[in-house]
Write a protein that binds this ligand. Sequence first.
Ligand code: NAG
Length: 253
Amino acid sequence: MKTILSFLFFNLVIFTSTFSLLSAGSDVIYDSAGNKLLRGIPYYILPLLRGTGGGLTLSQNTKDACPLNVTQESFEVNNGSPFTFNPIVLDEDIIRGAYPVSIEADVVNPCHDSNIWKLTAAVANDDDDERLKNNKDKKKKDDDKEVVPVYIVTTGGEFNKPESCFQIVEDDMMPGLKSYQIQHCPFKCGSASTDLTCYNVGIVKDADGNGYLGRTDAIFPVVFTNSFGTFSQSAKISQLSAKVSTFRQLGKK
Ligand SMILES: *[C@@H]1O[C@H](CO)[C@@H](O)[C@H](O)[C@H]1NC(C)=O
C-alpha cells in the first residue's frame, strides 16, 4: 500500500512540475492532475505534506450534534469527503485564485442545515479567549497541545455571507508542485467590518489529538483531487466510507 501511494505521489510531482511550466502566471487553480478546478465538481481536499493525516471530512461527536464539524481524517490513506467550490461573485465555471468562493460538502447532511462551510465560534467564554490569546502572543514551551480555536469550520453556512466567505491562494511550499492555502476572507462577502484581513484556515488539534479545520496562524498547504465524479449530490456518508474501503482494496493489488 505504502509503495503504491508513493508511486502515485511521485507521478504527481513529475506531472505537475511539467505542467506548471505551461501555466506560469495564471491565477487559475489546478487540481492534483493539472486540470483546472471547476465549479460544482467534487474534490477531496488533501494535505500536501505526507504523514500529516488524511483528507478533510465531516464529523459529529454524537449522533444528534449539529452542525457538522469539518475535520481531518487521522489516517493519511483516507481521502475524506468530497467538497465543491462555487464562485461567489463571478459567474464562471473555473475557480480563480484569491476570488471569494463558497465551499460545500458533497454529501447528504444528517443535520437540517446547508452543506456550506462557515466559521463558527467554538469557544465562547473569556477564560478560553484569554488562553487562546496567550497561546498566540507568547511562544509556549508546551505548545504541542493546541487548544480548539475560537473559530472552527462547520456546515450550516449561507452563500455569500461573511462567515462563509473563503478563497484559495497558491502557496510555494514545494517548488514545481502546485499547492494551495484556503483562507477565510469575511470582507470579500460584504462584512461590515473595516478589517481587510484574510485568515488562514488550517488544522488545529484538540487535547485528544483530533484535527479540526479552523482559523489559525499556521499554514495548511493542500491539493485538490477530483473524486472521479463517483458521487452525485446525493452520496451518503455511509457510501463515503464504502468508497474509502474500495480505495484501500484497489491499493493492495
Ligand atoms: C464540533 O467541535 C466542537 C469543538 O470540539 C464541539 O463542541 C461540537 O460538539 C462538535 N460538533 C459536532 C457536530 O460534533
